[in-house]
Design a protein around this ligand. Sequence first.
Ligand SMILES: NC(=O)c1ccc[n+]([C@@H]2O[C@H](COP(=O)([O-])OP(=O)(O)OC[C@H]3O[C@@H](n4cnc5c(N)ncnc54)[C@H](O)[C@@H]3O)[C@@H](O)[C@H]2O)c1
Length: 338
Amino acid sequence: MARVLLTGGAGYIASHTAVVLLERGHEVILLDDFSNAERDVPARLERLTGHNLPVIEADIRDSEAVSAALAAQPVAAVIHFAALKAVGESEADPLRYYDMNIIGTIRLLEAMQAGGVARIVFSSSATVYGQPDSSPIPEHAPTRVQNIYGRTKLVMEDLISDLARTGKLRAAANLRYFNPVGAHPSAMIGETPRGVPNNLMPYLTQVATGRRPCLNVFGTDYATPDGTGVRDYIHVMDLAEAHALALEHILAHDVALTVNLGTGIGISVLEMVQAFERATGRAIPLNISPRRPGDVASYYANPAMAERIFGWKARLNIEDMCRDAWRWEAAKAGINDV
Ligand SMILES: NC(=O)c1ccc[n+]([C@@H]2O[C@H](COP(=O)([O-])OP(=O)(O)OC[C@H]3O[C@@H](n4cnc5c(N)ncnc54)[C@H](O)[C@@H]3O)[C@@H](O)[C@H]2O)c1
């Protein structure tokens, strides 16, 4: 069992990963600057898991603070979640994204090197594939970044892969997530997007609470079975489990991996809406809108490599995703008939 530092540890995916790591007997330290996390996430995690969770409030670009944290409590590995992640924002303010994501990762890697921490799991994204030739998308598909956010993810992957290739890191796993959704079934942690959600599921749940009048469906004339865009949605608890398995793999082997994390099943917008209505009993009004520039018709993973290398396979389906996303949103909105 290992002690692990989670950068961005109070965020959406990291908080769920912390739960799984603690359940599997690991020791977890959270490092976050709380720029995009609620202050009480660590306390909620402690209530949920019954474990004490050390929290370091620091910016990953502050190498001194990160080095001090690593010196105070040496760790076997870092799982690096901290990043800015909004595509539109990245196009509006590229330098901020380069600074936070790329410079931040360099500062973190420096602090790890100084502290003798040579293993990292990294939150990458399927966005690095850009417009793929076809789906399912394997890891060897060409990378074609289409925006600044995607560029930063690819550069961060490359930095990590280079350090592994040159022996500065002993093991590394770049995990390319498809579309994480859902929440812990307890509804004690989940996703809290700021402002208007960019992604389907949080928008859907906010329509269901009445906070937004209807769901915009962008494009119904794609070459997909029902004409709406197809994506690979993955339950955040499955994603969390994948982090634990990837971590355990890189603790046991000196390897450098780049691996897709998706279900391998393409789900259309309308299929997701119908699943949500079934799982929650709430009707979702739709507003059919034109396609958005840059959107791809169909985008889903070939997840075979993760299964072959570290024995991971997504287990939860879209009903589970809808039920748990709704429980979380309803709990926040004070709705009790869930
Ligand atoms: N959610 C998705 O759809 C998705 C998809 C693919 C990849 N990813 C990647 O997964 C990672 C986690 O995403 P998430 O959805 O949990 O996001 P999130 O915003 O909920 O989590 C990121 C956390 O990092 C913290 N943070 C940001 N800048 C920091 C800094 N300079 N120093 C310390 N902490 C900082 C934030 O406060 C937040 O708690 C990100 O790297 C993101 O790019 C997310």
